[in-house]
Design a protein. Structure first.
Length: 156
C-alpha cells in the first residue's frame, strides 16, 4: 500500500515537473515587434511569424499566427501586384465560405485546423494588402496541410 502511494506521488511529481518546465519554457520565449504603417492599415510583423492587420476606421483586425508563413510569403508567394484586387477578393470569398463550412462541421473536418470562423464581408473594401495576405495564407494553408478548400488547385 505504501509502495503504491509512493509510485502515485512520484508520477504526480513527474507530471508537475514536466508541466512546470513547459510553462518555464513558454515564459522564456519572447518576441520583438517590428511595426510599419501603410495608409489606413497597420501591419505588425513579429519574428514568431505573426502578422496583424488592422484598420481602426472599419473596426476589423486580422491576425495570422502560423510558423513559416512569413518565410513562405517572402520566398514562394507571388509578389504584390501579381494578382488584381478583384481576383483576390473573389478567391477570398470562395475560400472563406468553404473555411466557415468546415468550421461548422467539426466531426467531418479536423477542428484543430478549422477552429474559428472568418468574418469576411464582401461588401467591405478591405484593400489590396489585406486581401493579398489573406489569399496567400489560404494558399499556404492548403499546401502545408494538404487541404483543398475549393475547386482550385492551390499554387503559390
Amino acid at each position: 500500500m505504501l509502495f503504491s502511494t509512493f509510485i502515485s506521488n512520484t508520477m504526480s511529481m513527474k507530471k508537475l515537473l514536466l508541466l512546470g518546465l513547459f510553462f518555464a519554457f513558454l515564459m522564456g520565449c519572447s518576441t520583438s515587434k517590428n511595426t510599419t504603417t501603410n495608409n489606413k492599415n497597420e501591419v505588425a510583423v513579429q519574428k514568431s511569424d505573426t502578422i496583424r492587420i488592422a484598420n481602426d476606421e472599419l473596426e476589423y483586425e486580422v491576425i495570422i499566427i502560423e510558423p513559416r508563413f512569413n518565410t513562405w510569403l517572402a520566398t514562394t508567394a507571388q509578389p504584390r501586384g501579381f494578382y488584381s484586387e478583384t481576383f483576390l477578393e473573389s478567391r477570398n470569398q470562395i475560400y472563406v465560405q468553404e473555411w466557415n463550412n468546415r468550421v461548422m462541421q467539426p466531426f467531418r473536418f479536423n477542428p484543430t485546423l478549422y477552429n474559428m470562423q472568418i468574418n469576411y464581408d464582401r461588401n467591405i473594401h478591405y484593400g489590396y494588402e489585406v486581401n493579398y495576405l489573406i489569399y496567400n495564407y489560404f494558399i499556404f494553408f492548403q499546401i502545408n496541410y494538404n487541404q483543398q478548400l475549393a475547386g482550385f488547385v492551390p499554387r503559390p
